[in-house]
Design a protein around this ligand. Structure first.
Ligand SMILES: [Zn+2]
Length: 242
């Protein structure tokens, strides 16, 4: 991708030394590329929504192949302190095993993040997304579910606990809408994952229905609202249109 290539070229000189730390036999060595600074407005504005998705695909591939960028977080902190130009807003689950920024290999200033059990949306989260896209210029709304989601299992089991009960109610429409012929229980992970995926679909639809602001931006092709599933086994982030 042009953005990545241009950033790599710019950074090549600065981080020539870090490349020396790369180990391995010639041909097997993994290039050590650093993101010295956070996304600039120009870099972000040049990206299309599809380019942002591809950017994340590449980041997830680096994560899975254990060759993440050598992020200079202090430099990213410094360069973003006076202004931020994130490319996307992500809605994902609070699950400790599914940290979007890590599994997509992104740095400081690159993504807005909203996390809630079961990655459901509400007016506060949608308002945050509207800020991210309509005010701050993000190009992508990414809803990320994940496999073996405890919130989805809790919804299937009709778990009740304080405020969690109401949250799980928001996942339940996905259970009813999941077309699944096998055992429909929380102990069947295949079913749990099918519900989690359906829950992502419904969340994307809910965002469109409840945000004329985001829907209009999408119709104008200024942003995309897409779904994804992070697979705990294997580490793949699977992107899909809704
Ligand atoms: Zn979860």
């Amino acid at each position: 991708m042009n953005l990545l290539l241009s950033r790599r070229n710019v950074l090549k000189k600065t981080f020539a030394l870090s490349a020396l730390s790369v180990t391995g036999v010639a041909g097997l060595a993994v290039p050590s590329v650093s993101f010295a600074a956070s996304l600039t407005k120009d870099e972000r504005d040049k990206m299309t929504p599809d380019a942002v998705i591809e950017h994340f695909r590449q980041g997830n591939l680096r994560f899975r192949e254990n060759r993440p960028l050598k992020h200079d977080y202090l430099a990213q902190k410094r360069s973003s302190a006076s202004g931020q130009f994130p490319a996307a807003v992500i809605l994902s689950c609070i699950d400790s095993r599914a940290p979007a920024e890590i599994v997509l290999d992104t740095g400081i200033g690159e993504t807005f993040n909203s996390r809630v059990a079961g990655n459901i949306s509400n007016s506060d989260i949608i308002g945050s997304m509207e800020f991210a896209c309509a005010v701050a210029g993000a190009k992508l709304v990414l809803v990320m579910g994940h496999t073996a989601c405890g919130a989805v299992k809790g919804a299937i089991d009709n778990a009740e606990l304080g405020n969690l009960t109401g949250l799980l109610e928001k996942i339940k429409p996905a259970i009813d809408k999941t077309d699944y012929a096998g055992e429909r229980s929380a102990s069947n992970y295949d079913f749990v994952d099918a519900v989690a995926r359906q829950n992502v679909v419904l969340t994307v639809e809910n965002i469109r229905q409840n945000s004329p602001v985001l829907k209009a931006l999408e119709q104008e092709k200024k942003i995309k609202i897409v779904g994804s599933m992070y697979h705990l086994v294997g580490g793949n982030v699977e992107f899909f249109d809704v």
